[in-house]
Design a protein around this ligand. Structure first.
Ligand SMILES: C[S@@+](CC[C@H](N)C(=O)[O-])C[C@H]1O[C@@H](n2cnc3c(N)ncnc32)[C@H](O)[C@@H]1O
Length: 330
């Protein structure tokens, strides 16, 4: 997969009519009470909590589930983001990744969609993904890929200067301001001199949101603030990375992504993605917001109508920087 700076990459599409539609309203399983369980993998340290049929990780303040339905959503979101950027990364690392023995780290890798694709594109590079929830493939994966269960807030379990390219994508729901500062320092620490660090995040809230959508998003922002997570952090990441003394050549790209019909296929997938998120966070949000399940469903229906008929959009940010090295320049 080329990077967005490359002029000669083939144009990536979102697929034709055969794209598998992820159902925003797929019925959850019948478990309705809260219950707990330990992850099925024998070496996993995760404890899971089931609320209204959705599975959450007990060991984190991260609000999204880690079940199959969420894995489907993350696959869909990955292809949407790859389409938006016309590639899997923005940093100028194509040549680095073609060098045999190069190493890449994906922090909060989720089901590993990005890594598995990158591992196919760069077979001589070794890819490591870490995530607090073992949602990634444990057995069937390419030889140049490994996954590890780890919490970025505990520090990365790797030596300084290990990786040529370190990425962290879609983590606004997981980290407090303080966590971000520490996490960015960790990304920088494990990156080799001359290597690159890259972050990608949607900016919350969106722009030109309808009344109901705005109300729901604002309630979510407030509730996340009570958990010390600022989901609106995306536009401030550039500034956070700029304060680093060992990063240089920072570049920040922003693209706008429409929600709904007016944005054609990508707009429809963006709207589906938001609806799936609204559904996924329902078990956490409903009790904290103090609305009933049927009222939440009414809000969700209103949001779906507004996204469909309005001209709302959201900005998506990619920021990358190179770790200082006297001999490496872009
Ligand atoms: C929205 S998903 C993004 C997954 C993947 N990066 C992508 O873009 O498709 C966020 C991921 O971060 C993981 N996560 C949340 N808190 C974490 C933490 N403290 N350390 C490591 N991973 C974490 C979640 O389990 C989830 O898989």
């Amino acid at each position: 997969m080329g990077n967005i700076i490359s002029d000669h990459s083939p144009r990536l599409s979102l697929g034709g009519k055969k794209r598998r539609k992820v159902q925003p309203h797929r019925q959850p399983s019948t478990i309705s009470a809260t219950s707990t369980a330990t992850a099925s993998s024998s070496d996993s340290t995760s404890s899971f909590r089931y609320i209204d049929g959705r599975r959450f990780n007990e060991n984190t303040k991260y609000t999204l589930p880690n079940d199959d339905e969420e894995i489907d959503r993350l696959h869909m979101q990955h292809y949407l983001q790859r389409y938006i950027w016309q590639g899997n990364f923005c940093a100028p690392v194509h040549n680095i990744l073609r060098t045999p023995g190069a190493r890449v780290l994906d922090v909060g890798c989720g089901p590993g969609t990005w890594i598995l694709e990158m591992a196919f594109d760069y077979p001589d590079t070794h890819f490591t993904g870490i995530d607090i929830s073992p949602m990634y493939p444990k057995e069937i994966k390419p030889n140049n890929v490994e996954f590890e269960e780890a919490d970025i807030n505990q520090g990365l379990p790797f030596a300084d200067n290990t990786f040529d390219f370190v990425v962290m994508r879609n983590m606004v729901n997981a980290l407090s301001d303080d966590d971000w500062q520490k996490a960015l320092k960790e990304l920088e620490r494990v990156c080799k001199p001359g290597g690159f660090v890259e972050c990608l995040e949607f900016e919350i809230p969106g722009v030109r949101l309808g009344h109901t959508t705005k109300r729901m998003v604002e309630a979510y922002i407030q509730i996340m603030r009570t958990k010390n997570i600022d989901v609106t952090i995306a536009p401030r990441l550039e500034e956070m990375l700029t304060t680093s003394t060992s990063l240089m050549n920072l570049k920040h790209h922003v693209k706008m992504v429409p929600f709904g019909k007016w944005g054609d296929k990508a707009g429809k997938i963006m709207a589906d993605d938001l609806l799936l998120i609204v559904k996924a966070i329902a078990p956490i949000l409903i009790p904290l917001w103090g609305v009933g399940a049927s009222q939440y469903q009414e809000f969700t229906n209103g949001l779906a109508r507004e996204l469909d008929m309005g001209r709302a959009y959201c900005n998506i940010h990619t920021i990358f920087a190179q770790k200082y090295d006297t001999y490496h320049y872009i």
